[in-house]
Design a protein around this ligand. Sequence first.
Ligand SMILES: Nc1ncnc2c1ncn2[C@@H]1O[C@H](COP(=O)(O)OP(=O)(O)OP(=O)(O)O)[C@@H](O)[C@H]1O
Length: 270
Amino acid sequence: MIRIRRLTKQYGSNAVLRGVDLDAAPGEFVVVLGESGAGKSTLLRCVNRLAVADGGELKVDGMDAVQCADTRALRQRVAMIFQHHNVVPRLSALKNVLTGRLGAVSTLASVMHFFSREDIALAHECLGRVGLAHKAHERTDSLSGGQMQRVGIARALAQRPRLILADEPVASLDPQTSRKVLQYLHDASRDLGITVLCNLHQVDYAREFADRIVGLAQGRVVFDGVPQAMGQDDIDRIYNMPQPAVDRKDAASTPTALAMPSMAGTQGRT
Ligand SMILES: Nc1ncnc2c1ncn2[C@@H]1O[C@H](COP(=O)(O)OP(=O)(O)OP(=O)(O)O)[C@@H](O)[C@H]1O
């Protein structure tokens, strides 16, 4: 579904991606973990060409996202979920979800906001998948932050994408709400066979929800494996922690939540 090889991206003299390799299978939920500035957002933005990679190979569903001739076709396959959900507050939840269909309807229909019966049924179904069927006709600004993010997920699902890019989707939510949002996203992607690339800061959420974790540090992949395979040494490498010259048995028994207090179950950035 996604194949990335030796991907590079530089802003001026700042080499942000330094040869990234990453694969994701259909329906796989891949968490990209890394500290602030590691290059996570840039990597996601290269996938849907909000940023254009300088070199390397990037294939999405067979389409070349580096030398892309048809960005619109690429973006129809790739939906995005943002940190601040980007819903339109004065519109109902249903209308927000319907905006996910805009890329698939004709220009006239999209300008006039005409949607078919099938699109409306699909939007209701997507709201049902995130537990918000009963909020369809409520204005989005009457919903909680977690519910707004679930509307953002439903909007992404309504696009019928092959891939969802989620850039820190729970960064501004409390831990309980964050888990609920990630669970809905995880379940929907598994049920519908949609691949997810999800950027996160929090080690414990990555362990809980990822099929696979890709650890990024200073633009390089420093870990790629299932959550169970990620040890404290890997976490230290991802977060550029100095390797302590102490008995590693002590380190191995240190709970992640204690070792990484600012990363585990908290929101916001440091
Ligand atoms: N449009 C841009 N122009 C110039 N520099 C940029 C641009 N976008 C990102 N960068 C730089 O690239 C580096 C990586 O940023 P990026 O946002 O990809 O990291 P990140 O891992 O997503 O961090 P965060 O978790 O804080 O969002 C940073 O040094 C940032 O300043």
